[in-house]
Design a binder for this molecule. Structure first.
Ligand code: TXA
Ligand code: MG
Length: 332
């Protein structure tokens, strides 16, 4: 398939209406969109990404009026969340409306929905007037794309086109909250923090699998490895001396070592040093994180070490993604 890299909003909307797959920017990451009411269009997303069919997609809408096309019921708690956080990086799981294709939700009776806060995404969703299912626009398992170039690297030839909106603002996927359970449960930490949500609807729960690697995943997507560079990545706990020592040890074994550190940090003698954001500024870290994880693949590396330099709030989502990228490998 020929992939177009210079789509206008009108062209992208027309392609979506014709059942084609188009990548578009959101404030979190780039999405790979298709008509959520067409099983044939949705199947193209699963094929392009190589995504397991049991992992449901998030549906995006441009206006609150479109909600009734997607969900069959809106409890008060969900209403409050929408009032507080939409448009924005919060995906709300609610009972699914019949018009949404079965393969969007992998057969589940619930569906995730959000209104993204990105002018191009909103313009596209309003122009095509369809609910658009869109997972992150990466090949399954790779870091989510935060630039149009990342989408092109992963998916050229597998989609009709890309709407280029520059680098995304947050750089991490939306928070996913399940409002079909009482109290609501966070299935994936993201751009909206637990503290922000609790300030609006009171106490919520956190999926056990987010805190305990052994328990069964509540959200199908949580059981797959994600965001991983090719070389094995380890989270290192300990001080600077420990970090330096681990690097030297690996090099003594003939390994090439990459590290990810905040800007202006020491290089610790590693072979490849990538920087990502600044200490005390989690948004600067989340913004740059996936691009850095992708960049590691441009080097021949045997191991990647990472100091845990993210903080609270958004830091919870950053830590969650890094745990997944590292396959929960920690050097204590
Ligand atoms: O920020 C985002 O959410 C981006 C942009 C494009 O909007 N999208 C995104 O989609 O990250 P995706 O497919 O990469 O992740 C969707 C997550 C998966 O973990 C999936 O299992 C979960 O949401 N999910 C979707 N529908 C669900 C449902 N009905 N029940 C439980 N989990 C669901
Ligand atoms: Mg994804």
């Amino acid at each position: 398939m020929d992939t177009r890299f210079d789509l206008t909003i009108e062209e992208a909307a027309a392609l979506l209406r014709r059942g084609e797959v188009v990548a578009f920017p959101t404030e979190t990451v780039y999405g790979l969109g298709a008509d959520a009411t067409s099983a044939a269009a949705i199947q193209k997303i699963f094929t392009a990404k190589g995504r397991p069919g049991d992992n449901p997609l998030i549906v995006h809408i441009g206006l609150r009026e479109q909600l009734s096309q997607v969900v069959s019921e809106i409890p008060e708690v969900a209403q409050k969340l929408m009032d507080a956080f939409w448009p924005g990086p919060l995906t709300i799981i609610l009972p699914k409306q019949a018009g949404i294709a079965e393969n969007v939700t992998a057969g589940l009776s619930s569906v995730g929905v959000r209104i993204p806060a990105h002018p191009a995404a909103l313009a596209l969703l309003q122009a095509c007037k369809l609910p658009i299912a869109a997972p992150s626009a990466n090949v399954s398992g790779r870091p989510s794309p935060t630039q149009a170039r990342h989408v092109a690297d992963d998916l050229t030839g597998k989609l009709a086109g890309i709407l280029d909106g520059g680098a995304t603002e947050i750089g991490l996927e939306s928070t996913v909250i399940d409002c079909t359970s009482t109290p609501p449960m966070i299935l994936r930490p993201g751009g909206v923090t637990r503290e922000q949500i609790e300030a609006v609807i009171g106490s919520i729960t956190i999926a056990e699998s987010l805190t305990d690697a052994d328990s069964a995943p509540k959200s199908p997507g949580m059981k797959y490895t994600h965001y991983a560079p090719r070389a094995p990545l380890y989270m290192v706990r300990g001080d600077d001396a420990r970090f330096r020592c681990l690097i030297a040890e690996a090099q003594a074994e003939g390994k090439r070592v990459g590290i990810l550190v905040p800007a202006d940090q020491a290089d610790y003698g590693a072979d490849v040093v990538l920087t990502c954001g600044r200490i005390g500024d989690p948004l600067s870290v989340s913004k740059a994180l996936y691009a850095a994880l992708r960049e590691f693949d441009e080097y021949e590396l045997d191991v990647i070490y990472l100091a845990p330099f993210y903080g609270a709030d958004l830091g919870e989502a950053i830590g969650n993604r890094l745990q997944k990228a590292s396959g929960h490998r920690v050097m204590d």
